[in-house]
Design a protein around this ligand. Sequence first.
Ligand code: EPZ
Length: 429
Amino acid sequence: MDRIRIVGGERLTGTIPISGAKNAALPLMIASLLTRETLVLRNVPRLADVTLLGRILGNHGVDITVVGKKVGQATTDGQTFKLKSAEIVDTTAPYEMVSRMRASFWVLAPLLARCGEAKVSLPGGCAIGTRPVDLHLTTLEALGASIELEGGYVIAKAPKGLTGARVSLSKVSVGATHNALMAAVLARGDTLIENAAREPEVADVAICLKKMGAKIGGIGSATLEVEGVGHLHGAEHTVLPDRIETGTYAMAAAMTGGDVLLQNTRAELLESALDLLRSSGVEIEETPSGLRVARNGGGLRPVAVDTEPFPGFPTDLQAQLIALMCMAQGTSTVRETIFENRFMHVQELARLGARIDLRGDTAMVTGVQGLAGAQVMATDLRASVSLIIAGLAAKGETMIGRVYHLDRGFERIEDKLRQCGAHIERLSG
Ligand code: EPZ
């Protein structure tokens, strides 16, 4: 199993290109199930989750061609995928696949919308919480599907097609919103999705669905209006920049007292996180090519924040913020409101000398004079990267185990950090 070794203490300086967003690329790939024609996706990040989803879609009959690199293209440019699902050959998504990646459960709605039936394994719990799928199922029922649970599988049927309806999500859910949208675009009649997730990745998928011929109003708002159409066609779409990767490297720069340019990204994707960093004393400047993030000498002020659905502070940056606040002068309060078990990084950060008092859903983080390298273990994607950030600032050597979690969501992380002066290497085996 690969490990990552960091010798901390270097300021990060230089340029970091930001990749396409994992959490948009995955549902965009899934959207290819909705049409027989080719969906071309540009700026797809090179990630383990993308590769695995490609295999899962392949089982359903999607043909995926990865377009070769053109002369003059940099390795930092994302990949171009051509996805064509002329025929759906299998409407079952088996446990062995869905249990390896939760987002693959989202094939349920497009398979049902296109084929009138789908059998998809329940994803089960995961490291960050129980993560139920009740909202996905009630949404499909509202659109006229019959749902049965059998042997750990969801069996959804709508032999005469889905019918538009008013769907009010009782909780803001990114996945359930994707699911409702993908079901509604091919349903007969109009669908109103209330309390929809407003995450930029949801808007990106809706924009792509519109290019494919869907009729969707209210994109980016909490109320989506969908007028069902008979079929969707091919389209071309560029995946938006990864706001979580952006925020992560912004915090890494702040953590090391560095000065970096985050290229190919946009402030509007993560205003709440940037405002929080500014309030802590981090300099952030929008430039024509991205965002410049610096902390030159000044100390960090503590913060108080709750994680919230977009446009609030994202749960996917909570672990990284806790790592950063270990360097603040005072005690920060970070409350996790989205997932009930997303603090596994806390005990690992403690191994590096962090002072974090966990009280229920709230972490009280008291800044320390300095962190010191140690052996730690990655437990989930965002938790792992918080250990990287901490390791970059810690004195001496930090060795991070189980880094396969990182490869699910951070493209070429060692390269990107090394190019900015970090001492970081991957040890294989
Ligand atoms: C998406 O997960 C992201 N995954 C997660 O990113 C992200 O943390 C999460 O949204 C919140 O922003 C992808 O986009 C692939 P939710 P999702 O449904 O859609 C509850 C990462 O690190 N809920 O918005 O699965 C749920 O338990 C990952 O990249 C129900 O109660 O999250 C949670 O408390 C991890 N019933 C809340 O809603 C349901 O049917 C929000 O979850 C569905 C969700």
